[in-house]
Design a protein around this ligand. Structure first.
Ligand code: URA
Length: 249
């Protein structure tokens, strides 16, 4: 054996169900059940109960969905204030969402909010989860509260619901309700550029104020603008539940 092999740190192998439970997939019992039901693969092979894995290097999928289990993965929920831009580096040195969360490990925003939009945005170093949350095929819901200048007519609400013609095509049906005279709640699952602003403008109601109030199952009414917190395991689990559709544990 060569000297360099002697010097290597021993890898930290752990039982698969423990690794899955820590990643927020449910209790160890629940994770064992997932393994027994052959819903889990490890590096492309069906997992075995009692199998040990190295969480730093292993590739795990549940129902074909990649699950991040590295211990350095972080998931932040930020309430973005107006004026802060959604990018990881701004050449003009304006304040960015990344400036509002810890620098290590480096994280990236999941999707984007306009500079003049407020509200919830996720930041993470889990590239697979970012992909799932932003890819249209997963249809993750985003809920917005939209303040407009005048009470929208029933017709305007109906148009928003059914889909409006924008220059990049008709929008998908949306859930739309009037929360207050000049406050509309819009739930969409597309993520086109300035979509909600353009939708409202096209029905004659330019947006005065736009707040994202929910991302999939994630809401937080007590998170102040400019503040962030880590997602709880329960929240991560609820996101996976939405992504996996029938993730019934
Ligand atoms: N729709 C918009 O128009 N702007 C946002 O920031 C998000 C959704």
């Amino acid at each position: 054996m060569s000297g360099s092999e002697f010097e290597q740190e021993p890898k930290q192998f752990e039982r698969l169900q423990k690794v899955l439970a820590r990643a927020g997939l449910g209790s160890r019992r629940v994770c064992e059940k997932l393994i027994v039901e052959q819903r889990v693969t490890v590096n492309g092979e069906f997992a075995e109960l009692g199998e040990k894995v190295d969480p730093e290097t292993v590739e795990i999928e549940i129902d074909g969905l990649k699950i991040g289990v590295r211990q350095d993965l972080v998931y932040y929920l930020l309430n973005k204030p107006i004026g802060v831009i959604t990018t990881s580096k701004d050449p003009q040195e304006r304040s960015t969402v990344v400036d509002l969360v810890p620098t290590h490990p480096r994280v990236f925003p999941v999707g984007r909010l306009d500079a003049d939009t407020e509200g919830l945005i996720l930041l993470t170093n889990d590239g697979d989860l970012t992909h799932y949350l932003t890819h249209p095929s997963f249809g993750i819901e985003k809920e917005y509260l939209v303040q407009v200048e005048a009470k929208p007519s029933r017709n305007a609400i109906r148009e928003l619901r059914q889909g409006v013609e924008l220059d990049d095509g008709i929008t998908a049906p949306a859930r739309v309700s009037l929360v207050d005279e000049k406050l509309i709640k819009i739930v969409i699952h597309e993520g086109r550029n300035r979509q909600v602003r353009r939708m409202c403008e096209s029905v004659g109601h330019p947006v005065k104020r736009l707040i994202r109030s929910r991302i999939g199952p994630i809401v937080d009414r007590s998170l102040h603008p400019g503040s962030f917190r880590e997602l709880t395991n329960q929240e991560l689990k609820s996101i996976r539940k939405v992504l996996l559709k029938d993730f019934s544990n």
